[in-house]
Design a protein around this ligand. Sequence first.
Ligand code: FNR
Length: 363
Amino acid sequence: MTDDLFTPLSLRGTEIRNRVMVSPMCQYSCDDDGLATDWHRVHLGSRAVGGAGVVMAEATAVEARGRISPNDLGIWSDEHGDALAPTAEFVSEHGAVPAIQLAHAGRKGSKTRAWEGSHPLGPDDGGWETVAPSDAPYPYEDDDPPATRRMDQDDIEDVIDAFEAGAERALTAGFEVAEVHAAHGYLLHQFLSPVTNRREDDYGGSFADRARLVREVTRRVRDVWPDEKSVFVRLSATDWLPDRESWTVDDTAHLAGLLADDGADLIDVSAGGIHPDQQVPDGGPNYQVPYAERVGEATDAAVGAVGGITAAEQADAVVRNGRADLAIVGREHLRDPYFTLHAAEELDALDRVDMPVQYRRGF
Ligand code: FNR
């Protein structure tokens, strides 16, 4: 039998009820303390009730300086973990796997929220000093770049410890999947890409040295994450900068093989974000799915495809054709929290979808 969108997926002891994952999406809905609010519980809870297999919380900063905006979610203290627990509990009670993306923005931190223009914020305006592998700041197109400080060995160790502590708190809060965010030009991707990593120590230079931090972080998260639960890693498959030395799909395929050895159970394959000169393809249907396919050939880990997946038949085809194990759906979930229930209706699979009893009369 061919797997389809409603075939459950087992990863270690995690049983995922279908192949739809809600992509992590920043909500910029905390006060400036990084604590989860009712928004997060209702927003993520709705998508669990809507039938998705995995519901992934947005990029959640492991250090306060690792936030993108002051309104991002954080997990840098036990209080942050406690604030997230009701969200994880509700998602889990409704049959979805509660997942959390552990993140550090590096030089792309300290900005206003997306709907305020994502402008850099200086320390006098509620922002903070950002850190990065090198001291080159993110080259904002319309704003003067703020200073970025090159991380020293202590900073690197602090970040690794912060990912580990964040994972421990996420576990206590009730999450079943921890995803390491190493994509979209944020800190771990900044170490991977030669565009942003100009170091000449153990954390820069060769492929192995640029990959060292993400591999150490993955192993440390894996060490504290129980054997029966899964660790995901999100990578940008390419920097989309073909005219210069940059991170490529071949690099990603190579790294994905190594990350499986480090304990990653699924590679979540996205792209881009390292530099504003990137040449992004049209962004149409399945625009990043070929990268997931390529990565899948190179790793023992499962693979998730994201980008331009918006329709039931399309998501189903990604799985049926073996292009990826999970169809990861972002913006369509902002339009339709019930994407999976609607997909079941469309694909004549209502007898196979996990539908809240309260909603059955609607279908
Ligand atoms: C995102 N994206 C994103 N990615 C990520 O890894 N962590 C995050 O916190 C966010 N935040 C975020 C917020 C919003 C509002 C959007 C629209 C997107 C990227 C997202 O997860 C996804 O990869 C892209 O949107 C592409 O998938 P879709 O939207 O084409 O399905």
